[in-house]
Design a protein around this ligand. Structure first.
Ligand code: XMP
Length: 419
């Protein structure tokens, strides 16, 4: 898409500076991509490349012969110092003086271009979107809806493993506020009965993943001929899959994985965007902050936070505790400082006391981490009084809970989730 758009290309062999520099360029409202070392000269010519930034040492001698302005280690530019005052000055000089770029790539221009491109591509076709309530699929649905309105149908598979009030919020937001055609499938019973007696985390994931596909297929079939499927793939997914020449259905570790034998063409409006750019698009489209700014939530949902067997009773306990936890984090103004915060219900009980009575009830584990990408993480250092308030509310307000503990393990060696 948008092959004719002028762009800056950062050449990187997969190091960590490529993406950083691409972001710095995009912050200056110039569109920028990361390409691997050794891309053929024809690709540069066809893509209307205005300038090249070399990141990888020893670089790519072939690009010097393309006749396209190059910024590289030869011009005092050090990729590792790109985000300093001097680096920014060099970068700005290169973009606007040498490469002749203009600062025109904005959230609004992106939305306008995509709306236009989606309309052209879809024509009179029918489009389907699997809506999870997460940032990427939510913003994608609203953007595609802006382009083609009633030709879009969203399917929201509610597996009964969502947090308190989440399903209602999705329905309220997309059906009532955006007037998007939304099929809300309440499949809780179906998922819970499949999960009965299952304790192994990977088996839980597999069961939920398979069941998700079945439910989705059943619903999609009812809609008749569908031509396109919307996916919220983001640029880092594309880069991780090897600078994405081919379009792959995103199944990576996710319940969003969809049937491979379904014959759709994919619409992936965010293939070029970093996650925070998707958020900016969402805000510009009026997607509520509670969706756009939300912490990541795993596809299998609360099934991997109720440790051991998943039962409706345990899900209810966890939902109540989790809601109090998140509410207090928001109230303390800490939500945006944390990558992910959630409660976990272990499969043990301990002795406590209430009034004159001995209790034998569940503990709740609180987890909160900071992270850049989920690959490594550190525990979040809460002010004591916030943890104290959360603890006292949970033991007071949530039945069957008599103890709260805080997980201080970084990743590694712990993972972020407990299962
Ligand atoms: P871990 O627990 O592996 O989590 O440190 C890293 C990130 O991945 C999320 N996660 C999942 N996301 N399906 C998902 O869609 C899953 O099965 C799954 N398991 C972990 C986790 O929430 C964290 O953001």
């Amino acid at each position: 898409m948008a092959q004719d758009r002028r762009r800056i290309v950062v050449v990187d062999s997969g190091g960590r500076y490529g993406q950083l520099i691409a972001r710095l360029v995009r912050e200056r409202q110039v569109y920028c991509e990361v390409w691997p070392v050794g891309a053929p000269a024809a690709r540069y010519r066809e893509a209307n490349v205005a300038g090249i930034i070399l990141c990888a040492a020893p670089g790519d001698p072939a690009v010097l012969e393309l006749g396209i302005p190059v910024l590289g280690p030869g011009q005092q530019f050090r990729p590792e110092a790109a985000d300093t005052e001097q680096g920014r000055t060099l970068l700005g000089d290169f973009l606007f003086n040498l490469a002749g770029c203009e600062a025109t790539w904005t959230t609004e221009s992106f939305i306008a271009d995509q709306v236009e491109a989606i309309r052209r591509r879809v024509g009179g076709g029918k489009v389907l979107c699997a809506l999870s309530g997460g940032v990427d699929s939510s913003v994608a649905a609203v953007l595609v809806h802006r382009a083609i309105g009633e030709q879009l149908t969203c399917i929201f598979v509610d597996h009964g493993l969502l947090r308190k009030g989440e399903a209602e919020q999705v329905v309220r937001t997309f059906r009532d506020r955006f007037h998007i055609r939304l099929v809300h499938v309440d499949a809780s019973e179906r998922f819970l009965s499949k999960l009965r007696g299952v304790t192994d985390p990977e088996r839980k994931r597999k069961i939920i993943g398979n069941e998700f596909i079945r439910v989705f297929e059943d619903e999609a079939r009812k809609l008749g001929q569908i031509d396109f499927l919307v996916q919220g793939t983001v640029y880092t997914d594309v880069l991780e899959s090897g600078t994405g020449a081919s379009q792959v259905i995103k199944s990576h570790h996710n319940v969003g994985g969809l049937p491979e034998d379904m014959q759709f063409q994919l619409i992936e409006p965010f293939r070029e965007l970093f996650k925070d750019e998707v958020r900016a698009v969402g805000r510009a489209l009026g997607v509520p902050e509670e969706i756009v700014g939300r912490h990541p939530f795993p596809g299998p949902g609360l099934a991997i936070r109720v440790l051991g067997e998943v039962t409706p009773e345990k899900l209810d306990i966890l939902r109540e505790a989790d809601q109090i936890y998140i509410e207090e984090i928001r109230r303390a103004g800490l939500y945006d400082k944390i990558w992910q915060a959630f409660a976990v219900l272990p499969d043990v009980r301990s002795v406590g006391v209430q009034g004159d009575e001995r209790t034998y009830a569940y503990p709740i584990v609180l987890r909160a981490v900071t992270s850049a990408d989920g690959l490594t993480a550190d525990f979040y250092r809460f002010p004591w009084e916030v943890l104290e308030r959360i603890t006292s509310r949970i033991v007071r307000e949530v039945a069957h809970v008599n103890r709260v503990v805080y997980d201080m393990t970084p990743k590694p060696p712990g993972t972020i989730e407990w299962e």
